[in-house]
Structures are given as C-alpha cells and as structure tokens.
Design a protein around this ligand. Sequence first.
Ligand code: ZN
Length: 310
Amino acid sequence: MLNQIKGLHHITSLAADARQNNRFFTETLGLRRVKKTVNFDAPDVYHLYYGDEVGTPGSVMTYFPFPNAARGRPGVGEVGDTQFAVPEGALGYWSERLGGLGVSGLSLDQLFGANRLRFEGPDGDAFSLIEAPADGRGSWTGNGVPLEAAIKGFAGAELRLRDTGAEVELLEFMGYQRAESEGNTTRFVMPDGNGANTIDLETHPQAPASRQGAGSVHHIAFAVADRAAQAEVRTALLDTGYQVTPVIDRDYFWAIYFRTPGGVLFEVATHEPGFDRDEDTAHLGQALKLPARYEPMREKITAGLEPIED
Ligand code: ZN
C-alpha cells in the first residue's frame, strides 16, 4: 500500500463559457482565480484555476472552457459530486447567498452525518458544500464571503460507478481506508491527508455511461509532495498493471495520468513548483501566463481568447 498520496490536488472540469465560469467561481463562490493560462494541449482555450490564496493542493478547481460546448450527460464512469468544505453553521449563509444569485439545484440534506447543501454550477455541474467542523484549513476571503462561511478547499469527491470492486482495490492501494457506507455510497478516507480527504464511491448498476461535455469533470488529481514521491507512485502503479503516462510538466506541478477500472481518469500531481513560480502571490491569476513553447504565439493566442474580468 502506498503512503505518498495526501488527498486531492485538483479537479478539472469542462465549461461552455469562460466569462460565466470565471464569474461563478470568483464572485458567486468567492474563490480566488490563481492562474489564467491556456490548455497546454489545445492553446486556443483557457485553463482557469480557482482556489485559496495560493492554490494550495486540495483547494484547486480548474476549468477548460470550450466556447459553446454541448452539455455533458451524467452517468457512470465519472466524478459526480464535487464537495467543498465550509465551516460549521455556514450553510444558512450559503443557502441565502446562492438562492439570491439564482443558483439552481439548491437542496439541503445530510451526508454521513454532515450538513450538505447541493447546488449546480453554470453548466449543470454537480457541487455541494459540506460543513466540516474539524477542518483546520484557512480560507480565501477576498470576494465578500465572510471568514465564518468561506470555502476551505475540497472536502472530497464522489465517483459514480457501475461496479465499485476494482476501484475499491485501487483506492486502498493508494492509501485510502474504507469508512462507513450509507445507501449505495461507501466512503474512503485518506488518513493524515491535506483536508480534501474523502472519496465516496456511489454504485449505480443500471445507469448509462456518462458522456463528457460542459459541466462534466474531466479528471481528478491526487496530491504528492514532490517528484520523488510521484516516481514511487508511478512505479507502483505500473507494477500493478496500470497504464500510466510519462511524467508531464504542467508548469505549476508535474503530472501523471491513468484511466481507472471504473472509467474515471486519475492524475497524480506534485505540490512543486506551485502557482507562484511565474507571478507573485499578490497578483496570482491576473496576467495570461503561457508555457514557454507558446510564448512566441502570444499575440495570436490572446486575440483568440475572449477577455475575462479580473
Ligand atoms: Zn489535472
């Protein structure tokens, strides 16, 4: 069993409109945009990163906005609900705020004994805020959300699967421990993790396969401290029979990817070097940052991107 993984690093999803996406995460949810760059594999679209002040691993929600992308179809083989942690007692504030801003899909319930507020993102993305009284992480409060309600990062994520057997084995191999079950959902917890510690496996034996599109999660990334830890994880996964990509330089972290038995794309990403490698903390996310190989095309790339507000 591995001990290098520390919980989630980031979750990356698809959107249909960059401006709407930026407004939702910065103004509605009060996160900080910590990087404005392009999709390194398709530089004609943005890659936008939102999180806490510095984009601490475990707090980072990222988007590829493809203009006018068709909506995804929810189903099995994907990340379903993305869960954000908020302080105890914060859901009253959030119900009122999100309701007042016209956010759809609002419903209050409980998940494993914690108060939960479900809501939808601009493309029907499945989100929830979960009260996490023991979460000691700080929060970014630059956008009018008070400290006593502000998002601390991810609590975790839910994977929707037709059959969970092989995914359970994988999570346990990665260092997660099985916790309780409720209905068709079983919770796995990373001991001594970074706060974004839970993965909930939801079984839907009869559900159709998901179809990726706007509002779908593209992949979910797990955090390791550095490249040495990542190399150990990569070797262990290869030895176990997973097809893992070579290490890829994403400028702000190093990444490896592999498709899991249940169909969900997993990434393992490093803490190093972090989002402040090319701009200082006070100005994170403001200027358009390009990887070196696209720098010569800056003018053309900029002209093709719809401007978004700060
Ligand atoms: Zn990623």
